[in-house]
Design a protein. Sequence first.
Length: 226
Amino acid sequence: MKSTAVKAQGLGKKFEVDTVVVEALRNLDLTVNTGEFVSIYGPSGAGKSTLLNLIGALDKPTSGTIEVFDHDLNAYDENFLATFRSTYVGFVFQSYNLSSTLTAIENIAFVIELAGWKAKNLFDRSEDLLKLVGLEHRANHFPAQLSGGERQRIEFARALANNPPLLLADEPTGNLDANTGEEIVKILHKIKKEGKTVIVATHDPKLLELSTRSLYLKNGRLTRNE
Ligand SMILES: Nc1ncnc2c1ncn2[C@@H]1O[C@H](COP(=O)(O)OP(=O)(O)OP(=O)(O)O)[C@@H](O)[C@H]1O
Ligand SMILES: [Mg+2]
């Protein structure tokens, strides 16, 4: 595995809505090495989700370059980027994305199937992932029958389904109370020990504590780098 996971140079992202232009990211430089656990914090609207979306190739920058595991994301078309995402990136979003009509285990199996795993291994792998997040006893529950924290743990199981080397998590404990958030912190601790690269947008002191580095983002700029 390459020693540099993410390298962004002069990264900028502008959004234009009618006549309003928002500079969500401005001339941002960032290097994250493999195995690092980096947290990004800063006020609402600072550009945290925008930055994670660019790193995860869900959106393209309007200026600058971004390389993830030596792939120049500007250089690829949408087809390649879809392959890139399913090979390299696990994404836990700020809002829940589970399908309400699938059970917990089906929600996980569905993602694994999309990645092209054989049906025979599908449910074994799904069960292993449920165990990883401590929810094997909730396999047949639908999302509406799970607590907020349990749903978020299923999101982690889905994000890890393809065993990606890079995990991006956008405020994964943001909607949870402190006790429920603990379970998520434990999962992230396990992921860190496995040597995955983790980048998380968070204000949670427990996640900041787990980080090897915290970056402060304000008005689209990284102002502190500790
Ligand atoms: N798709 C979009 N179209 C237009 N403007 C956008 C879009 N996405 C984000 N923005 C704007 O870009 C800025 C940064 O948004 P972003 O979601 O990255 O902030 P954030 O730091 O994640 O905030 P929060 O802590 O509230 O999640 C905001 O001013 C927002 O209004
Ligand atoms: Mg956000």
